[in-house]
Design a protein around this ligand. Structure first.
Ligand code: RP5
Length: 161
């Protein structure tokens, strides 16, 4: 199965968050790759990844980083492949620094920015699935089933704990 989604992150420490995106892709049967690509620690790796992403057949890149989170924006500047950004929660500023770094892209190089942390990473996986489903009817059916199952799991009434 061709790899169409790249999950990249600035550090090993981002993986517990970014794994949430990977788990969603696995649930939906989407092949992905995962790489540590840091904007400031491995800039050459970032450049190479962005330069080759489209030709390698990637359709979506999910990029997660914490702190001064340049990675999604820098990746968006280097490739036309859509970039979904995940602000990783940091201890110092609870991820608000990451969110602002990712969401405030200047005109011309968009990053689709998710919520801070694990929910944002999972939603990044679902957003990637939705993009791929546009041209993949079998995936579209799996995504519809996934969404229906989530709806069905929500009780009508709250229960006492
Ligand atoms: C960023 O700095 C990474 O994305 C990570 O969220 C943060 C801290 O990295 P480590 O010091 O844990 O490697 O580049």
């Amino acid at each position: 199965m061709a790899v169409k989604v790249g999950i990249i992150m600035g550090s090993q420490s981002d993986w517990p968050t970014m794994r949430e995106a990977a788990l969603i892709l696995e649930e939906l049967g989407i092949a992905y790759e995962k790489k540590i690509v840091s904007a400031h620690r491995t800039p050459d790796r970032l450049w190479d990844y962005g330069k080759t992403a489209a030709d390698r057949g990637l359709h979506v890149i999910i990029a997660g980083a914490g702190g001064a989170a340049h990675l999604p924006g820098m990746m968006a500047s280097k490739t036309r492949v859509p970039v979904i950004g995940v602000p990783v929660q940091t201890r110092a500023l609870s991820g608000v620094d990451s969110l602002y770094s990712i969401v405030q892209m200047p005109k011309g190089f968009p990053v689709a920015t998710m919520a801070i942390g694990a929910a944002g990473a999972a939603n990044a996986g679902l957003m990637a699935a939705g993009i791929l489903a546009i041209s993949d009817p079998e995936l579209a059916a799996r995504l519809d089933d996934w969404r229906a199952a989530l709806s069905a799991s929500i009780p009508d009434e709250p229960q006492d704990e």
